[in-house]
Write a protein that binds this ligand. Structure first.
Ligand code: FAD
Ligand code: DHB
Length: 389
């Protein structure tokens, strides 16, 4: 088989790139190691920036998002039992849309099927070859049979544990990493959200986040230790702990229910530089990870895909590789801004086990400054709704 671009991974990065390229007449195949149902079963991000919404529109996959997504003008932060609102719309004139990553994935899969482009699920042992030649090859195994696809370019959209980044020679890639000493325990439940906006909490027992997926479905997170397991957290214990961390108004509205998903995610900041090796281009979690506090993971994947899709369209329409040559630098400039914001939000809202009295006072002073300063709130809002790209 031969195609113009092989995309490894059918997460949001791979599917969005596939859709933007297909609509520009560029032929792709997506190779995904898991089954379609497995990919659709993963519960992850929920806050979508306007830039990512625009890209989904361009991909022809935003219809349901516009019908079912919840537009949020601001968010709330609880600290020392007091609630403080950050009004995005008033401060920076922009909003975010709350719509699950699972739904985006489904919409993009449907759009891909409608356009007739190929995705090969359960493609195992994917390996990348001749990446610095003008005809790279990608091999994979499907139903016990080895296949080979030749192409012009490979898009590595296969997440943090994927094969793409690992295919770059070690001496040509630099990794920058911070691992945080806690995780997020997440619960999805069919109960109405306890507030009409997202509520972030800095509490002495640890961070909490009250988010949502729809008017009848809530998503809650608690900061937990890295050595804890989902089995240590039956639903009753989860709600007891969550109600300790929120304020009385939220506590009164909190409706416990049987969790339909429960998982623990470690928190990490990670960037691999550069995001290119020969004719392999990395996008999304394959190249970088942010801790989820700033709601940036999926949005950052979308901005990479924007730059990469534009560069590939320019290459095929005009024969110019200028966009491709500038891709890594352009994408990384934005990546580091989101890394900084996500690190800052994480530092601001979590309790760090090793923190000294001084560290805690500084964190409290930083929060007090935020709540009293229009400029500080504007900076938060500007980053949360998404910097332009
Ligand atoms: P992924 O979604 O990881 O997709 C990569 C795809 O590649 C997967 O389908 C995978 O199966 C496939 N793949 C991997 N290896 C191979 C291989 N060798 N061959 C073929 N296919 C392969 N962000 C937020 O903003 N808020 C959140 O609350 C949040 N929660 C998260 C929870 C978890 C547990 C994780 C892991 C991430 C979370 N994120 C969150 C981050 C966000 O979900 C990611 O940034 C986003 O999924 C990135 O999309 P992606 O397509 O780049 O990577
Ligand atoms: C959600 C996740 C986040 O990381 C965040 O900052 C806000 C919302 C969510 O899953 O709804």
């Amino acid at each position: 088989m031969r195609v113009q671009v092989v995309i490894v991974g059918s997460g949001p990065s791979g599917l969005l790139l596939g859709q933007l390229l297909a609509r520009a007449g560029i032929e792709t195949v997506i190779l995904e190691q898991k089954s379609q149902d497995y990919v659709l079963g993963r519960i992850r991000a929920g806050v979508i920036e306007q830039g990512a919404v625009r890209l989904l529109e361009e991909a022809g996959a935003a219809g349901r998002l516009h019908r079912e997504g919840l537009v949020h003008d601001g968010t709330e932060i609880i600290f020392r039992g007091q609630r403080h609102r950050i009004d995005f719309k008033r401060l920076v004139g922009k909003v975010v849309t709350v719509y699950g990553q699972t739904e985006i994935t489904r919409d993009l899969m449907d759009a891909r099927e409608a356009i007739g482009a190929t995705t090969i699920y359960e493609a195992t042992d994917v390996s990348l070859h001749d990446l610095t030649s003008d005809q790279p090859t990608v091999r994979y195994v499907k139903d016990g049979v080895t296949h080979s696809v030749s192409c012009d370019y490979v898009a590595g959209c296969d997440g943090f544990h994927g094969v793409s980044r690992r295919s770059i020679p070690e001496e040509l890639i630099q990794n920058f990493e911070r691992v945080y000493p806690f995780g997020w325990l997440g619960v999805l439940v069919d109960q109405p959200p306890l507030s009409h906006e997202l509520v972030y909490v800095n509490h002495e027992r640890g961070f909490a986040l009250c988010s949502m997926r729809s008017p009848t479905r809530s998503r809650y997170y608690l900061q937990c230790r890295l050595d804890e397991h989902v089995e240590d957290w039956p639903d009753d214990k989860f709600y007891e702990e969550l109600s300790r961390r929120v304020d009385p108004a939220a506590r009164a509205n909190l409706k416990p229910g049987v969790s339909i998903e429960k998982s623990i995610a470690p928190l990490r900041s990670f960037v691999a530089e550069p995001m290119r090796y020969g004719n392999l281009f990395l996008a999304g979690d394959a190249a970088h990870i942010v801790p989820p506090t700033g709601a940036k993971g999926l949005n950052l994947a979308a901005s990479d895909v924007f730059y990469l899709s534009q560069a590939l369209v320019e290459r095929y329409r005009k024969g110019s590789t200028k966009g491709l040559d500038g891709y890594a630098e352009k994408a990384l400039a934005r990546v580091w801004k989101a890394e900084r914001f996500s690190w800052w939000m994480t530092s601001l809202l979590h309790r760090f086990p090793e923190s000294s009295g001084f560290d805690q006072r500084i964190q409290a002073a930083e929060l007090d400054y935020l709540f009293s300063s229009e400029a500080a709130q504007t900076a938060l809002a500007e980053n949360y709704v998404g910097l332009p790209y």
